[in-house]
Design a protein around this ligand. Structure first.
Ligand code: BGC
Length: 734
């Protein structure tokens, strides 16, 4: 077991890390005496009954003492419908249609702490209407590879951006009455083989890149729940990984709440002593087997008592919703729909604009909307959590409403839909175009003034349970856009995606390109408002769009996807996501790129990218000036002036990156150190102040096995993206 030992000198450097910003004492700690009393009247059987799922989405309270069960709401981007107690089948309630909130990468593209807080609030309000105590979200793993099946659920390739937004999401949820469950702890960065893959990662990369979103959500957000991931980390299943669940989570970060296993992700009674509270959703290990193990002395009663205490802390902190008050009103309501709209409207990223946006309806009267994604909903699809949503405005519906009376809008499908059936049959999504659909679309494009090509993936292509095999646009979209461009060069491409895509062809033939995500119930309205210029785009990429997949660090180093021994392929294919025989499988994920994830790799290795981390244009220009830096014992204070020289009000996300020229440790070129979303009215100038906590400059010191902050020179690069730096300044970290 590794201990966090920090030599005196480094401790000095760390003393200014504003620990006051941490939660002083978890709100969970208010009822310790009452818990002692409750537990003194409980039998061992009653205690063990709390440590496993009762139903698919609930675990037991203490019925003899009137203490309610814990009800879990599957998330993280909308409250999942009600299901039968022991199956995944819907019970078809009339009131459980929820708001579909934009998925993780869309929220991250807002770079807005306020919107993340609102998002959590909206989720929590809907969870309460449904009688839920804990939301299974946010999902905050780092996007290590662009092909990762759950990239769309996760936030970013950067730990700071992920941490800030995750913490706000947590605060928004918990201030409004439900607990969060941070998932998937930890290092669940791939879906293929997730049930048994063993992540081999350095302590430094784990601490600096992969754990901070969890750490900050606990230390600064007082998160009350965590879900252990399916995979192994350095030899141990996450659900029985003492280092993760006890030494780091509880001892280092001060977590006081509960850890539940991912569904079917508990493997033995060892989990209890390692720090797992609840096996979900059944009792394969932490039911009768646990009782037997207690009797045999294999598991200690003290460990069970501690796990029960933690469960009761959460149970007493969250007010149960009486059954007769749950599911009375419709889950999705106007205030939450408004939050979904606001997030979507601030998330759309303008990648490129050579004059076609905002749409000029004086010049372009006949508008052809082309692409199956223009009419698809994205709230459901693929494996795993989806939202039975009350409504979802598609891109075409949004455009029709915003262009009504201003332009003639026509539609052609253009490419075939990748369906659930295709996914079940493991059909590749990258394939030849459908000739007939292509011909129809080309004909329509030829007769139109402007083409809006709605390209990208859908939820059956990006899904839990499997990774994509590449990032090419699916269903012949590259060929289609080339054919469209041959008859009409005025193409605006809208890329619907939750993850990076290979946009080389799109970039070449389409003068204007936006990314519009899986953007929730109001996604079509938000997109249309941006395309027609009712609002200026202001989203920024939360991850890099590489030129090609092979440039991604894990691919470039040949460590992803994992190579399966010849002759063994069948076993792996058949076992993906099946529980049987997992224990015998040995497959390691080598995180050879170490801390060089995402832009940290591309910049340090000088590898060109298609669209850099943080990139996103507006309809206005922003001028940056007057950078001033002040170093204090708590960190660095930055101020600058921002002018909107355009003709409409707009938001800019000011980004601050830091590099440490005198550092004695290997570091990336630069790393995100702070950011702020700022609204500036047309023609106005504003001053912007950004405080950077000293803790941001910490690194994991492998020699002392602890955090350290190096004093000395720091260069600050301030700009509109990681690759569009407008101001640079230098100061010293004290
Ligand atoms: C997913 C979790 C989810 C759970 C319950 C698992 O397969 O990994 O994110 O909350 O199922 O649906």
């Amino acid at each position: 077991m590794k201990k966090t030992l920090i030599p005196a000198l480094l401790l000095l450097a760390l003393s200014g890390c504003s620990p006051e910003a941490d939660v002083k004492e978890s709100a969970l700690m208010k009822n310790e005496d009452r818990i002692t009393e409750i537990m003194s009247a409980m039998t061992l059987e009653e205690k063990v009954a709390m440590l496993h799922g009762k139903h698919m989405f609930s675990s037991e309270g203490v019925p003899a003492q009137g203490i309610a069960d814990i009800e879990y709401a599957d998330g993280p981007f909308g409250i999942r419908e009600e299901m039968e107690p022991h199956s995944w089948n819907s019970i078809h309630l009339d009131t459980d249609s929820a708001t579909f909130f934009p998925t993780g990468s869309a929220l991250a593209a807002t770079w807005s702490d306020e919107l993340a807080r609102e998002y959590g609030k909206g989720m929590s309000i809907e969870a309460r209407l449904r009688g839920k105590d804990m939301i299974l979200g946010p999902a905050i793993n780092i996007q290590r590879v662009p092909t990762g099946g759950r990239t769309y659920e996760y936030f970013s390739e950067d730990p700071l951006l992920s941490s800030v937004l995750a913490t706000e999401y947590v605060l928004g949820v918990q201030e409004n009455g439900t607990a969060v469950c941070l998932k998937h702890y930890a290092l669940n960065n791939q879906e293929d083989h997730r049930g048994y893959v063993d992540v081999q990662v350095s302590e430094r990369a784990m601490r600096e890149i992969y754990l901070p979103p969890f750490e900050m959500s606990v230390r600064k957000g007082d998160a009350w729940g965590v879900m252990s991931a399916y995979n192994k980390v350095r030899g141990y299943w996450c659900s029985e990984n003492k280092e993760l669940l006890t030494d780091i989570l509880r001892d280092d970060w001060g977590f006081k709440g509960v850890v539940i296993s991912d569904w079917g992700g508990t493997h033995s009674v060892k989990a209890v002593e390692a720090g797992l509270n609840v096996e979900m959703p059944g009792a394969s290990h932490l039911g009768k087997t646990l009782l037997d193990s207690l009797e045999a002395g294999v598991v200690s009663v003290e460990a069970v008592d501690q796990r029960v205490r933690e469960l009761l802390r959460v149970r007493l902190a969250v007010e149960p919703v009486p059954a007769e008050k749950a599911n009375v009103e419709m889950t999705s309501q106007a205030p939450q729909q408004k939050i979904a709209y606001d997030v979507a409207a601030h998330s759309v990223v303008l990648l490129k604009n050579e004059g076609l946006l905002p749409i000029d309806t004086q010049k372009h009267k006949k508008i052809a909307v082309i692409g199956d994604n223009a009419v698809q909903t994205q709230s459901l699809g693929g494996v795993g959590a989806g939202v039975k949503t009350l409504y979802e405005v598609t891109p075409l519906a949004g455009l029709l409403s915003r262009l009504e009376g201003k332009a003639e809008v026509t539609y052609a499908q253009g490419y075939a839909k990748y369906t659930a059936e295709d996914r079940h049959r493991r059909m590749p999504a990258v394939r030849e175009p459908d000739q007939k659909l292509m011909e129809e679309a080309v004909e329509l494009a030829g007769k139109s003034d402007l083409v809006i090509f709605v390209a990208g993936n859908n939820r059956d292509i990006e899904t839990e349970g499997s990774d994509r095999t590449n990032i090419m646009l699916p269903m012949g979209q590259d060929e289609l856009i080339k054919a469209l461009a041959a008859v009409n060069p005025n193409i605006v491409t809208v890329v619907v995606t939750g993850a990076p895509a290979d946009l080389r062809v799109v970039k070449e033939v389409s003068p204007s390109v936006v990314v519009s995500w899986f953007n929730g119930s109001e996604g079509g309205n938000a997109l249309a408002d941006i395309l027609v210029g009712n609002i200026a785009p202001s989203g920024k990429l939360p991850f890099t769009f590489p030129v090609q997949l092979e440039d991604n660090p894990a691919y470039a180093l040949g460590v992803f996807p994992q190579k399966i021994d010849e002759g063994n392929e069948d076993i792996f294919v058949n076992l993906v996501n099946r529980r049987r025989d997992r224990n015998s499988i040995k497959l390691e994920a080598d995180y050879a790129e170490d801390i060089f994830v995402g832009y940290r790799w591309y910049e340090s290795k000088k590898i060109p990218v298609l669209y850099p981390f943080g990139h996103g244009l507006s309809y206005v220009d922003f001028e940056y000036s007057d950078l001033a830096l002040k170093s204090t014992s708590k960190g660095v204070k930055l101020s600058l002036t921002l002018t909107n020289s355009g003709k409409m009000d707009a938001d800019e996300v000011v980004q601050v990156y830091a590099s440490r020229p005198e550092s004695a440790v290997i570091r990336p070129e630069k790393e995100l150190a702070g950011f702020q979303r700022v609204t500036v009215k047309a023609g106005e100038t504003r001053s912007v102040e950004i405080d950077i906590d000293k803790e941001v400059f910490r690194h994991w010191d492998e020699a002392s096995d602890g955090w350290a902050v190096e004093p000395g020179a720091a260069v600050f690069h301030v700009g509109s993206s990681s690759d569009d730096i407008r101001l640079t300044g230098k100061t010293r970290i004290k």
